[in-house]
Design a protein around this ligand. Structure first.
Ligand code: SF4
Ligand code: SF4
Length: 449
């Protein structure tokens, strides 16, 4: 293979004599609140149309399996489709559980397309036949994301069902044959992280056009499995891996879109969010309720599908029109606070003291909330881990209070700040270190970061 030219990362720029060190974006001078004056919700809704699922994922945030007791009827769902269009939503992504286990899912898909919105879907990919793939395409499904969380053994273990890796790849083949565009999404945790280089190649070879990855965070089933979670200090060894796989994927036609929980303001932002940077955009804090909307199968509305139901449901479309629910405080907490003192008021801990606080507002609200049962202090932050490292310190989290066992619930974790070289706790066989990452020979020509 031809040697691939290495990009000029911050470190390489510095080595080449560039004046500035970090590539983190300059803090903007504009007033965020000003930009939101003419705000209209034109974005993305993620709709859990059923909680029924045919997998048993050990990290499932919604603890899916059985359907909810009182899921929306077909008539209610079709009415909601029109309300979403009226509210200015442009894309609706169907999720579950497993969305296709709901009998009227293709009728809902078609209604979304007929209402002028883009229907998309996230699936575990267990059991989508070629005939079903063709029906999806005919119903107007524009893009599907298949979940792949590791190589076969890891994926099947995490997804709680033998054969689920094989099934997901079979579904990918069926989508290709049917001419249906698809990408993949992956959970990054201490089981999957060592396999990311090879996993990327599997995803590329399956024909995916994109790849979204997120860190597993302690919500739902994952809240009960602290050993799976990437520890804050482990981000120091994870981010160079993410940068390397992202760099290659973007050059081989697999467009990487990191989840909103992957950040923030560290030296690899420009690589991880290459397309955004090209457009002059960068991380500007949580957009829950502004750029996104989450719908639970029984009609409850949140500003983001990942947020814990207890604290972030603003209402139910069975009780109120969607337009009214959108005004609830649970869905407007991000409105007109970015770049303002008001926006930093809920911050605490390290995030309160951070140079990026007014712009970032504690990173992903979901991540921060599920660790500490309140938002405003996000331990999954690369900038933060680097700052702690420069002070000779590291952060770890330990489970203090277990979650209740309901969908989208969370426990409470305790933050431990320790000397960087303190002995690591015993009995932690899944501890993530860079030397556990397997790089096949096919990676030898690709740059490291
Ligand atoms: S420490 Fe907190 S406020 Fe600062 S960049 Fe990280 S998540 Fe954002
Ligand atoms: S809670 Fe996290 S995932 Fe949801 S909109 Fe905010 S930043 Fe994005």
């Amino acid at each position: 293979m031809t040697k691939v030219e290495k990009p000029r990362t911050p470190r390489r720029r510095a080595a080449a004599g560039a004046k500035s060190g970090p590539s983190t974006p300059e803090k903007p001078a504009f007033a965020y609140a000003e930009r939101l004056k003419d705000y209209r919700r034109t974005a993305y809704a993620v709709w859990e149309i059923t909680l029924k699922c045919n997998l048993g994922c050990t990290h499932c945030g919604s603890r899916a399996g059985d359907k909810r007791e009182d899921e929306l009827s077909t008539a209610e769902a079709l009415d909601l489709v029109q309300q979403l269009a009226d509210a200015g939503i442009t894309e609706v992504s169907l999720i579950g559980g497993e969305a296709f286990l709901r009998p009227d899912w293709l009728e809902i898909t078609r209604a979304i397309a007929d209402a002028g919105m883009i229907p998309t879907m996230v699936t575990g990919g267990y059991g989508i036949s070629l005939a079903t793939a063709q029906k999806m395409r005919d119903a107007g499904m524009a893009q599907v994301s298949i979940s792949l969380d590791g190589l076969e053994k890891t994926h099947d273990t995490l997804r709680g069902k033998p054969g689920s890796f094989f099934q997901a790849l079979q579904t990918a083949r069926n989508f290709r044959t049917a001419g249906l565009e698809f990408g993949c999404n992956s959970q990054i945790n201490r089981r999957s992280a060592p396999e990311l280089p090879r996993l990327y190649e599997v995803i590329r070879d399956a024909g995916a056009n994109g790849w979204q990855f997120s860190l597993t965070v302690p919500m739902g089933n994952a809240a009960d499995r602290p050993e799976l979670l990437i520890q804050p200090v482990e981000l120091l060894e994870l981010f160079p891996v993410l940068a390397r796989v992202t760099w290659r994927a973007n050059r081989e036609g697999v467009r990487v879109i990191p989840g909103n929980d992957i950040g923030f303001f560290g030296p690899y932002e420009e690589i991880l969010r290459e397309e955004q940077f090209r457009l002059g955009a960068f991380w500007q804090g949580c957009q829950a309720g502004l750029g996104s909307l989450g719908i639970e199968a029984d009609g409850k509305i949140k500003g983001c599908p990942s947020l814990p139901s207890d604290s972030y449901v603003g209402g139910n479309v069975r009780d109120l029109p969607l337009q009214e629910i959108l005004k609830a405080k649970e869905l407007t907490f991000n409105l007109e606070v970015g770049g303002t003192t008001e926006g930093t008021r809920p911050l605490w801990g390290f995030c309160k003291t951070c140079d990026y606080a007014d712009l970032c507002r504690g990173g992903c609200t979901w991540t921060a909330h599920v660790f500490f049962d309140k938002p405003g202090n996000n331990p999954h932050c690369h900038h933060r881990a680097l700052t702690m490292q420069s002070r000779g310190l590291r952060e770890r989290v330990e489970l203090r209070e277990k979650a209740s066992g309901l969908p989208f619930d969370n426990g409470v974790y305790e933050l431990k700040v320790e000397p960087l070289d303190a002995p690591w706790p015993q009995n932690d066989p899944l501890r993530f270190t860079a030397d556990k990452v397997v790089w096949p020979d096919s990676w030898s020509a690709w740059p490291t970061f």
